[in-house]
Design a protein around this ligand. Structure first.
Ligand SMILES: *Cc1c(COP(=O)(O)O)cnc(C)c1O
Length: 400
């Protein structure tokens, strides 16, 4: 079901729009949002726009009752244009310009994140209007992308920074963290929650009453490897929050979990070659386009010949799949067992909603994938075949 549509519909859409094509299902984004809100009761789920800032997704989530995590002036503008309630938005970029702060305040967003004294000085002129969260850094060398290296104050330096902000007259409401993206182990969250619990207690001894905890994003989705279902993944996190933060306002900022399953890429084989005993396929999308996440996000994606999903049985070969540009790094995967394909055959990659189109380039002036929103009729089959939140596509390709 992760296709979001049945193979015949995919074929029709590819014929109608041309490829590369990203099929967007806002239904899937809504379902993911709902699954996470069920798995984390009491937590306000703010969609992090960064991985897929598509208006249709933001609109669907807004209608679903979601809140939003904004981090740039462009994201603020998107929220404004779509009439998102600014009180349902927080600004989470630890480093911003004066004009970024004013832009977000002008929209009506009041909650900001800081992680160092220089940023506090920038917020000084607005201290009667803003509420602050202090971003704490918890190193996570295992994460697919370890964001603790770039942002956040070490837990040991948090209290003095909290004190500095409180002494200056800021309304310091709480702490935030981001344990990394595509996190495999919920223990990372549990450990960070425990550390924040200790900081809340120490802050209280210093006369600073904190009442908000933001646990960030990072919730995982199955790409090539399976991951725990979201209810199972979040159970220990929800338990830790219940135990240590029974009265605090709680926030999460999922991006990938909501958006990744919401788009499926459809590309075409534009050429084929035999090189050193391997078959090479060249697609009309690659590392400079929708597969940019392979580089920037270090994600790996499934590649499934559409014919496989239609039941065609053909011998499989070790294959190299490359993008269309003349650059030699533009290789999507090597040594993958794929059924033999020919030019014009269609290839689908599910789970392509997060950090894909958002980081695609126009290198070589190859056309970027067009995003087409699936309408409800096209999604009908998808919905009936998957009552629960989407997990994995039946994989005709030899798994791993
Ligand atoms: C990128 C980012 C997110 C979203 O992360 P996902 O792994 O996509 O859920 C949330 N919060 C912050 C501060 C981020 O930088």
């Amino acid at each position: 079901m992760l296709l979001g549509a049945d193979p015949a519909t995919v074929r029709d859409l590819a014929a109608g729009h041309g490829t590369p094509l990203l099929l967007l299902s806002t239904q899937v984004a809504r379902r993911q949002y709902r699954a996470l809100t069920h798995a984390l009761p009491r937590v306000d789920v703010h969609y992090s726009m960064k991985p897929l800032p598509h208006p249709a997704v933001v609109r669907a989530l807004r209608d679903e009752g979601a809140a939003f995590d904004l981090a740039s002036a462009g994201e603020v503008d998107l929220a404004r244009v779509l009439e998102v309630d600014p009180q349902r938005c927080i600004h989470t970029h630890p480093i911003k310009r004066d004009r970024d702060i004013r832009h977000a305040l002008d929209f009506g967003c009041r909650t900001f994140v800081f992680d160092n004294p220089y940023e506090l000085a920038k917020l000084e002129p607005y201290k009667r209007e803003v509420e602050l969260l202090l971003r704490i850094s918890f190193p996570n060398p295992q994460a697919q992308c370890d964001l603790s290296l770039k942002y956040g104050v070490a837990a040991g330096d948090a209290l003095s920074l909290l004190g500095k902000a409180a002494d200056a007259g800021f309304a310091v409401r709480g702490l935030s963290f981001h344990v990394g993206s595509q996190v495999a182990d919920p223990g990372r969250f549990v450990a960070a929650i425990a550390a924040c619990g200790r900081l809340f207690d120490l802050a209280e001894l210093d006369g600073i009453a904190l009442d908000t905890l933001d646990i960030g994003g990072g919730f995982p989705v199955p790409y090539v490897e399976p991951v725990s279902g979201i209810a199972e993944f979040c159970a220990p996190i929800a338990a830790a929050l219940e135990k240590q933060f029974p009265h605090a306002r709680l926030i999460a900022e999922p991006g990938r979990f909501v958006s990744a399953p919401a788009m499926t890429l459809v590309s075409s084989v534009i050429g084929k070659a035999e090189r050193q005993g391997c078959v090479w396929y060249y697609l009309d999308d690659g590392l400079y386009g929708s597969y940019s996440g392979k580089l920037f996000d270090r994600a790996d994606y499934r590649l499934i010949p559409l014919a496989d999903l239609e039941g065609a049985a053909r011998p499989k070969r070790h294959s190299v799949v490359a993008g269309p540009t003349c650059d030699s790094i533009d290789v999507i995967c090597e040594g993958r067992l794929l059924a033999e394909m020919e030019s014009d055959d269609l290839v689908v990659s599910p789970m392509m909603g997060a950090y894909t189109a958002a980081s695609a380039t126009d290198f070589h002036l190859f056309r970027r994938a067009k995003v087409v929103e699936l309408v409800s009729g096209e999604e009908a089959l998808a919905a009936s075949s998957a009552p629960s939140p989407p997990r994995r596509i039946p994989d005709p390709v030899a798994a791993r």
